[in-house]
Structures are given as structure tokens and as C-alpha cells.
Design a protein around this ligand. Structure first.
Ligand SMILES: Nc1ncnc2c1ncn2[C@@H]1O[C@H](COP(=O)(O)OP(=O)(O)OP(=O)(O)O)[C@@H](O)[C@H]1O
Length: 272
């Protein structure tokens, strides 16, 4: 399959006609190691995520996927090029608490209840806790009966759901998800995928998901962006036009499997 830049994607109309919610323009990231050695994690990455769009980022280990998210979250800066959120610096969105983040390490407070963990962003932002919103989120992720449970009393999948609820509680404009289900078994992970698809259908928040799981990417995303091995650069963009809502029936669909097989082959090629 020919490598395509994101600008060659036929569905690029969305990011072009409306200002991109998330954008990398020729973003290169070099890390300085000891003895003045550097490692180039990303090389000239162009990526645009439109408002309300769900994009999944796939690529071999170490190709810079997490670095893309860290830069968009304002936790790191590009060595060259630009990283923009709503056309401005990511820090603005972070300062306004308009960014939701859920990473693989769910980082829940172990001593706090599910309710208090979901309410935490209100406290961090110095705002009064909106109890209705916290309870609505806990119910959205199917945890209404577990509001008083501590993380150790919850299963791995339930803890991940608390983390997702926490990421959503301040009604973020942008959701950054870095392997949020990476630590889960296959069955729980699939169940969480359907839950995230349901939540996203409900809220339609601009979302960038980093994953190693091709099925997960195709199931959830409007577009899948495949990066090359390090230094990561955009290798291919796949528009996923499968109908929504995406539910279990989709995983029996021949077109779904065709896309998954094609993207898996592309990733395998990159790993050779
Ligand atoms: N703070 C850092 N200092 C030095 N090198 C770093 C730093 N952060 C990341 N790297 C390097 O940059 C490259 C990309 O790392 P990154 O974590 O973004 O990759 P990834 O695609 O998310 O990997 P994985 O899929 O294995 O999680 C790797 O080679 C990594 O070693």
C-alpha cells in the first residue's frame, strides 16, 4: 500500500473547512541524551484532528505516539514545528481545565472513593464540585452502585471507567487517551471499547486515542493515522466510514475485518 500523507486523505475536508481542534505542523521532537547524543522521536509530523472528530494513532513501539499526546497536553514542546490546540498553545486549554486526559496508568487516588476521584478535577480547578455532574458521569460509565468504593475494591475495568469519568467530568473540549485500556484482559477491553463508543456518541468530544490495538482503533475512530517506526512520521491515513453506532455486530462485519487486516499488514511491514 502506498504511504499517504494526511493531506492526501479524501476525508480531509473536515479539518480543512473548520479550524482543527488539534494540530501538529511539521512537528519534530528530539530528546537529548547523555554525551550530547540525541534521539529523534518524531520527524515532521503533520496531523489535524477536526472538531468533534475521533482519531486513533497507531504505530510501532517507540515511534512517538505518547510524545504526540504529551505535546498536545502541554507537557512537552516540539524541537521544531508547531503543536496547536484550537489554533493556540496547548497550555491555554490546560489552564482552562478544558482538556481531559486518561493514560494507561489510571492514577486514581487510592484512598479516595470513586465519587471523590471523579470529583477531583473540580477541586484541582478550584471550583465547587457539581455533584449532579459527578453522579451523572458515574452513571454514564455504569458505576452508579459503586460511588463509595475505593479503587482497590474495584476491578481493573471499573478503575479504568472511573478514570474515563474523571477525564470527562469538566466537560472537556478535547480528550487525550493514551492506551487507556492497555492493562485490561481482552474481554474487558472489548467491553470498554463499546462503552467508550457509546459515551463518545453521546458527547462527541474531539478525541485522540493512542493504541496498539488495531481492532480498537477501527471500532472507535473516524480516522486512523498510522505512524512509521522511529522517527515517527505519518505513514498512512485511513478514513473509517463504517456506520455508527458501532456495536458488537460490527465486529462480525467483513468490511471491518478487511480494514483491520490491511492496517495490521501495514504495521507488520513497518516492524520488519
Ligand atoms: N523524556 C525522554 N527522554 C529521552 N527519550 C525519550 C523521552 N521520552 C520519550 N523518549 C524516546 O522517544 C521515543 C518515542 O517515545 P514514545 O513514548 O513517545 O513512543 P510510543 O510510540 O508511545 O511507544 P510505546 O508504543 O512503546 O508506548 C522513544 O525512543 C523513547 O525512548
Amino acid at each position: 500500500m502506498a504511504a499517504t500523507g494526511i493531506s492526501e486523505s479524501p476525508a480531509e475536508a473536515t479539518p480543512r473547512t473548520t479550524p482543527a481542534a488539534l494540530e501538529l505542523r511539521g512537528a519534530t521532537k528530539e530528546f537529548r541524551l547523555r554525551r550530547s547524543r540525541t534521539v529523534t522521536a518524531l520527524a515532521s509530523v503533520d496531523l489535524a484532528v477536526g472538531n468533534g472528530e475521533f482519531v486513533a494513532l497507531l504505530g510501532p513501539s517507540g515511534c512517538g505516539k505518547s510524545t504526540v499526546l504529551r505535546m498536545l497536553a502541554g507537557l512537552d514542546t516540539p524541537t521544531r514545528g508547531e503543536v496547536l490546540v484550537n489554533g493556540g498553545a496547548p497550555a491555554e486549554l490546560v489552564r482552562g481545565h478544558r482538556l481531559g486526559i486518561a493514560f494507561q496508568e489510571h492514577a486514581l487516588l487510592p484512598w479516595a472513593t470513586a465519587y471523590d476521584n471523579v470529583a477531583l478535577p473540580f477541586r484541582v480547578a478550584g471550583r465547587p464540585v457539581d455533584a449532579d455532574r459527578v453522579n451523572a458521569l458515574l452513571s454514564l460509565v455504569g458505576l452508579e452502585g459503586f460511588t463509595d468504593a475505593r479503587p482497590r475494591q474495584l476491578s481493573g475495568g471499573m478503575r479504568q471507567r472511573v478514570a474515563i469519568a474523571r477525564a470527562l467530568v469538566l466537560q472537556p473540549e478535547v480528550l487525550l487517551l493514551d492506551e487507556p485500556f492497555g492493562a485490561l484482559d481482552a474481554v474487558t477491553r472489548r467491553r470498554m471499547n463499546f462503552e467508550l463508543a457509546r459515551i463518545w456518541a453521546d458527547q462527541q468530544i474531539t478525541t485522540l486515542l493512542v493504541t496498539h490495538d488495531v481492532d480498537e482503533a477501527v471500532l472507535l475512530a473516524d480516522r486512523v493515522v498510522v505512524l512509521t517506526g522511529r522517527p515517527g512520521t505519518v505513514r498512512h491515513v485511513e478514513d473509517i466510514t463504517l456506520p455508527r453506532p458501532r456495536d458488537k455486530a460490527l465486529t462480525r462485519d467483513a468490511e471491518f475485518h478487511d480494514i483491520v487486516d490491511r492496517l495490521t499488514a501495514l504495521l507488520d511491514e513497518g516492524a520488519e
